[in-house]
Structure formats: structure tokens, C-alpha cells
Ligand binder design. Structure first.
Ligand code: GA4
Length: 322
């Protein structure tokens, strides 16, 4: 990562919302996918927190390690080489700038379009990168769909693929991101790595190495630190799933704080619907007399509004009815 001047560093502080010294969250809902009660626990976690940790997920360590080692190779390569894969418009290599509305973070990243017909493979990446991304994304997408089907089943929705079919669709607008957070200068504790935001899609599947940094915001507004666990996955509800469940599931605000001692690497699959898909509360979930809380929108409309907003903006509020 290139050296930064004092004034640039100050920019990162202005974007943080100190104090950043939250408690560790000991009670992250833990879902063991091999257990028969996982469906109920998933729905409870989505309603209470919008976030949970998954173990016994069946994704091979080999597949995860291969991707991590290719990504490490990429981020440790010379800056000029990395920049051949940038700038992110929106896909490609990015460094410090997030989105197109002036957000900055202490982070480098690769943002990839993982639609089956996408052309990310044409970019210059380390050898093998596209193969390992394909294998990894295929595996996490399968797990995400399995989880979405369990949710639908537990919510007593007849069509149990009502959520998962949006990810399985050939046109599913899903993206994949690898974030690399270099250690930040010791004198500059509490730099923001990735500012607070909610994910606009349906579901996000995150895996990180064993460096801490991820924080989630609880319903009372407090921030808690999520203990890292490189062998598990963390799932969060996205804005679109909050809408489809008419607010029963919570799209959780999260952020990443940079670490002064260690770098951190995370990889996130964002499962999104096709661009023309209409997103609205599911009729079968509305109790009699229950109002729909949101106006219907297409994913394309929502995505445009998201990509034209600042990271921390509450994007759903302009689609709320009341
Ligand atoms: C947050 C979730 C995903 O990382 C992402 C991000 C996207 C980007 O990095 O370009 C956005 C952000 C995310 C929401 C608001 C806009 C768009 C940065 C930003 C300021 C890839 C996504 O889909 O939305």
C-alpha cells in the first residue's frame, strides 16, 4: 500500500464514528448446519440480529485455502501490477476509494462480477485466480441457497425456492469481493477499514482469516466486535431480504476497523437477484391486515440508488411506505 500524508490519514478519521472500542459479541447466533434444529435457529437469528455464524458448512478447507493463497499473492504483488486490474468501474482492483461517492477506507480490494456470463476473466489476475474464484463461488452459492431454502421452509412459504431461485437464476446479479486490510500505522489506531453500511443484496456470505476487525451494530445502536473464525462463515441479511420479509429479517449495519498489528483478508459473496426482478414483501408472509412496509422496486432501481449513495446512507428509507 502506498504511503499516505497526514492530511489523507485525517480523512479516514473524519469518516469514523468513534469511540471505536466495542465489546466483543460473545453471543453471535451459531448455526450448526448438520443439526436438525438449524432452520428454526436461522430464522430466529435473522429476526433478532440479521447475522449469524455457520459451522459444519461442508465447504472444503482446500477450496478456501486455495483462494486465500491466490489472493495473498495478488495483494502482495507490486502496486503497478495490481493497478492493471483497476480502477474498479465498478469491477476490478480498488485501493482506499470505495464506491463513487467519496468514501474511503484503509483497504485494498478486488470486486468481481460473478454472473455466469461475466467478463472478469479477461482482466489481468494472477494465474489460476479465476479457477479458484469459480470453485469457491460455486460452493458458497450452494450453501447460501441451502440456507435461503431453510429460511423459506421455516417461514412456511410454500415455494421454498422463493429466495434461492433469485441466486440460481442465470442473470443473478451477484458479486464477489476480496478485501485486504493492511496493518495501519501504530500511531493511527481506530482507522476505519470499511465504513458502516448495510448490504443491498439478498444475502452475504463472509469468510475471513483470523484477524479481528469486523463489527456489527446491534438494534440498540451499540457496536460489537465479531471474534474472527477462519473455519466458519458469517451470514448477513441484505436489504432486499429485509424487504421481501416485510421487515421480519433485519439487514444489519456492519463495518471493519483496521488493525495496527496484523493485516486482515476477507472474502464475501453477495447473492443478488436479476436486475429486472421485482422486490416487494411476499404476499404469503403478510398476515391479514398487515401492511406492506415498502413500495415495490426492481433490483436495478435499488442497485442504482445504492451505487449513487454514500456508503453509510440508509438506502431503504426512500422505499419505505410510512
Ligand atoms: C456494499 C456491499 C458490497 O461490498 C458492494 C458495495 C459497493 C461498492 O463497493 O462499490 C457500494 C456499497 C456496497 C453500497 C453503497 C455504494 C455501493 C459502495 C458504495 C458507496 C459491492 C455493494 O453491492 O454495495
Amino acid at each position: 500500500m502506498v504511503a499516505l500524508s497526514q492530511s489523507t490519514i485525517e480523512q479516514f478519521f473524519l469518516k469514523t464514528c468513534p469511540p471505536v472500542n466495542p465489546l466483543t459479541f460473545p453471543n453471535i447466533p451459531l448455526i450448526d448446519l448438520s443439526k436438525p434444529d438449524s432452520k428454526q435457529l436461522i430464522v430466529k437469528a435473522c429476526q433478532d440480529v440479521g447475522f449469524f455464524k455457520v459451522v459444519n458448512h461442508g465447504i472444503s478447507l482446500d477450496c478456501i485455502n486455495k483462494l486465500e493463497s491466490e489472493a495473498t499473492k495478488f495483494f502482495s504483488s507490486p502496486q503497478l501490477l495490481k493497478e492493471k486490474a483497476g480502477p474498479p468501474d465498478p469491477f476490478g482492483y480498488g485501493n482506499k476509494n470505495i464506491g463513487r461517492n467519496g468514501d474511503v477506507g484503509w483497504v485494498e480490494y478486488l470486486l468481481l462480477d460473478v454472473k455466469p456470463d461475466s467478463n472478469y476473466k479477461k482482466l489481468e489476475y494472477p494465474e489460476n485466480f479465476h479457477c479458484v474464484v469459480d470453485d469457491y463461488v460455486t460452493a458458497v452459492k450452494k450453501m447460501a441457497c441451502n440456507i435461503l431454502e431453510m429460511m423459506a421452509d421455516e417461514l412456511k412459504i410454500e415455494q421454498t425456492n422463493v429466495f434461492s431461485k433469485l441466486l440460481m437464476d442465470e442473470q443473478s446479479d451477484s458479486v464477489f469481493r476480496v478485501n485486504y486490510y493492511p496493518p495501519c500505522p501504530v500511531v493511527q489506531e481506530n482507522l476505519i477499514g470499511f465504513g458502516e453500511h448495510t448490504d443491498p443484496q439478498i444475502i452475504s456470505v463472509l469468510r475471513s482469516d483470523n484477524t479481528s476487525g469486523l463489527e456489527i451494530s446491534l438494534q440498540d445502536g451499540s457496536w460489537v466486535s465479531v471474534p474472527p473464525d477462519s473455519e466458519s462463515f458469517f451470514i448477513n441479511v441484505g436489504d432486499s431480504l429485509q424487504v421481501m420479509t416485510n421487515g421480519r429479517f433485519k439487514s444489519i449495519k456492519h463495518r471493519v476497523v483496521a488493525n495496527t498489528k496484523k493485516s486482515r483478508m476477507s472474502m464475501i459473496y453477495f447473492g443478488g437477484p436479476p436486475l429486472n426482478e421485482k422486490i416487494a414483501p411476499l404476499a404469503s408472509l403478510l398476515e391479514s391486515e398487515e401492511d406492506s412496509l415498502y413500495n415495490e422496486f426492481t433490483w436495478s432501481e435499488y442497485k442504482n440508488s445504492a451505487f449513487n449513495s454514500a456508503l453509510s446512507h440508509n438506502r431503504l428509507c426512500s422505499f419505505e411506505k410510512f
